[in-house]
Ligand binder design. Structure first.
Ligand code: ATP
Ligand code: MG
Length: 610
């Protein structure tokens, strides 16, 4: 597992082989320059002692030092810059792959996933991966070359003394192994905790209205504090383990140097080392401390990166919605919809939300779904859009089983205005033309007119070019809905689904929306989920839902004569009126969902990334 994980990571790095090896070359130069500097010192002492007959003259020595410095500088720049270049590209590609996988996740994934964790993964965790993907390789190249070079140089100066160094190597390896294990455990925990910190911060930023109205500032403070405390604790653990290995290694190296110096000084004759070699040997041996320390921290870097990689790759590998599979339908669907004995539950253990639902709608008809909050109205349209497909029974459009049709083709045929439409932080025009970049301005204006949105849009400071803030904060609830309707109309699909918002609109807005839907539903198969009688009366067919079951079907005239929920709802301004309390709760939930989704869509996290 570990191995395949690492080779996959290296795969991301090796995509940039050229840059990568250029960087390695840079580090090689850097190491050669460092060792040459010691040799320079040796030559200087040899010159002073006049021990060597063929020692260099001072001019050569001076030039030599200058050249070393320049080579070292070039090596440093080339090595570090190109390795960073590869590292940034790896993060860039990982983020791209993550987003690609995220966008094609089924709805059920978004229901369950914490938004904070998703954002955290894209921003924080991907960065951690560079640790394993490039930083580790950088240390291996930069410090590894230096260490090997120094070792060879030491052997050349005195192989006997060098043997002593070999004795401490296994000891260091043991310490590194122990610390590494612990670090990986801590690193994984830090990722989780960081996700919580992001999650709570997002919710605080986005849920200001709810926090204030429920006066839950202290509650949020506490919730954040818990995540923050845990984060601190885990980071401290990480620092403590990480920083303990460094001094331990330094102490080992110093002990080894001490032992060597004793051996060397007491056996000077046998060693037969000239003084310049003696100085060079200890200088070079001392220089080994840094690469050893760096290489030993390598494990921590790799462990942190691997913990991150495990998380990222499992996210990337999550099975996507099969967007491009299935029956291709090149023509536009006409819009004959038949729902046949459909039962559905959001979770395997949960109670069914829909029970044996059967609805038949001919093309061009308008069907209204009414029922109390939670009775399953939105769920039916979720299934029509195939946001979920683990239902029993069949849903057919024009006779095609929608499970077998290409998702892309199916969704192209459906215009959907959800209960809490999301507007993106973009201009009104782009919001209406969402997903349809090639439409003309005239078409956008026309759609806005049909949605009764044209007038108020023109009254905005910059008309259609006005940027509507986060989740369309600058617009009222009714205006947002009309923009969403315009967007659905522009799509010109044969099936229109309108999930009316539960929040009470003023009479004026309601009428505007009402007439917009009526205009829009002409010649289209229209599903209207309605909370108001006025919306329903003109429908060709009304289905009354109670606890996931259809209890009544018929036209307004028929239903009003029957005993049943529809009859009892008469005379109430809102069809869901009798459940006022649920209504309030219901209203509250979408607010959160809406703001969360919009947070998402507007990619506020761009700011965090910078
Ligand atoms: N994504 C989901 N995951 C799990 N359960 C869900 C999900 N969405 C809805 N439910 C549950 O399914 C049931 C039906 O919900 P649905 O949204 O279809 O109701 P609704 O009739 O549209 O209500 P409203 O009028 O309030 O919009 C509810 O009990 C709800 O709690
Ligand atoms: Mg609903």
């Amino acid at each position: 597992m570990k191995k395949s994980l690492y080779s996959r990571l290296i795969g991301y790095t090796l995509k940039y082989k050229g840059l990568f090896f250029l960087s390695i070359g840079g580090f090689l130069l850097f190491a050669v320059a460092d060792i040459s500097a010691v040799e320079w010192l040796k030559q200087v002492i040899a010159y002073i002692n006049e021990t060597s007959t063929n020692s260099f003259n001072p001019l050569y020595l001076a030039v030599f030092l200058g050249v070393i410095a320049v080579i070292r500088g070039i090596g440093f720049y080339v090595g570090n810059y190109f390795m960073a270049n590869v590292g940034l590209k790896v993060v860039h590609n990982l983020r791209r792959d993550l987003i690609k996988s995220l966008l094609y996740q089924p709805m059920s994934f978004f229901d369950q996933a914490s938004k904070g964790e998703i954002v955290n993964r894209i921003i924080f965790t991907t960065n951690q991966i560079t640790g394993a993907a490039t930083n580790a390789l950088k240390i291996i190249a930069k410090e590894g070359f230096l260490l090997i070079g120094l070792f060879v140089y030491l052997l050349y100066l005195s192989w006997k003394l060098t043997l002593v160094i070999l004795v401490i190597a296994p000891l260091i390896a043991v310490i590194v192994a122990i610390a590494g294990k612990r670090l990986r455990r801590v690193a994984r925990k830090i990722q989780d905790v960081m996700g919580q910190v992001t999650q709570v911060s997002n919710e605080i930023a986005l849920g200001a209205k709810e926090i204030k109205s429920f006066s839950n500032e202290s509650g949020e403070e506490k919730r954040f504090e818990e995540a923050n405390d845990e984060n601190l604790k885990q980071n401290l653990k990480m620092e403590s383990t990480g920083n303990l290995t460094t001094p331990l290694i330094q102490i080992f190296v110093a002990f080894a140097l001490a032992a060597m110096s004793y051996l060397a000084l007491t056996n000077l004759e046998e060693l037969n080392l000239p003084s310049e070699s003696f100085v060079a040997f200890f200088t070079a041996a001392g220089l080994m401390a840094r690469p050893i320390r760096q290489l030993s921290s390598l494990n921590a870097v790799i462990q942190r990166g691997l913990a991150a990689a495990e998380d990222i790759f499992s996210a990337i590998d999550r099975a996507p919605e099969k967007y491009n599979e299935g029956l291709e339908i090149n023509k536009d669907l006409e819009g004959d919809v038949s729902i046949e004995d459909v039962s559905f539950s959001y979770s395997e253990e949960g109670d069914p939300v829909l029970k044996n639902i059967s609805i038949n709608v001919n093309k061009g008809e308008t069907i209204a779904l009414v029922g109390k909050s939670g009775s399953g109205k939105s769920t039916i349209v979720n299934l029509l859009n195939r946001f979920y497909d683990n239902y029993e029974g069949k849903i057919k459009i024009d006779g095609y089983d929608i499970k077998k049709v290409k998702l892309k083709d199916l969704r192209r045929s459906i215009s959907f205005v959800s209960q809490d439409p999301t507007l993106f932080n973009d201009t009104v025009k782009n919001n209406i033309a969402y997903g349809m970049p090639e439409v003309t301005d005239t078409a956008v204006f026309q759609a806005a007119r049909e949605a009764n949105a044209y007038e108020f849009i023109m009254a905005l400071p910059e008309g259609f070019d006005t940027v509507i803030g986060d989740s369309g904060d600058l617009l009222s609830g009714g205006e947002k809905q009309r923009v969403a309707i315009a967007r659905a109309l522009l799509k010109q699909s044969s099936i229109l689904i309108f999930d009316e918002a539960t929040s009470a609109l003023d009479n004026e807005s309601e009428k505007e929306i009402q007439s917009a839907i009526e205009k829009a539903s002409k010649n289209k198969t229209t599903f209207v989920i309605a909370h108001r009688l006025s919306t329903v009366e003109k429908a060709d067919k009304i289905c009354v839902l109670e606890n996931g079951e259809i209890t009544q079907t018929g036209t307004h005239e028929e239903l009003i004569k029957e005993e049943g929920l529809y009859h009892t709802l008469q005379g109430k301004p809102e069809l869901t009126d009798e459940i006022k309390i649920e209504e309030v709760v219901d209203d509250f939930v979408p607010t959160i969902i809406n703001e969360e989704t919009s947070f998402w869509n507007e990619m506020n996290f761009r700011n965090i990334a910078l």
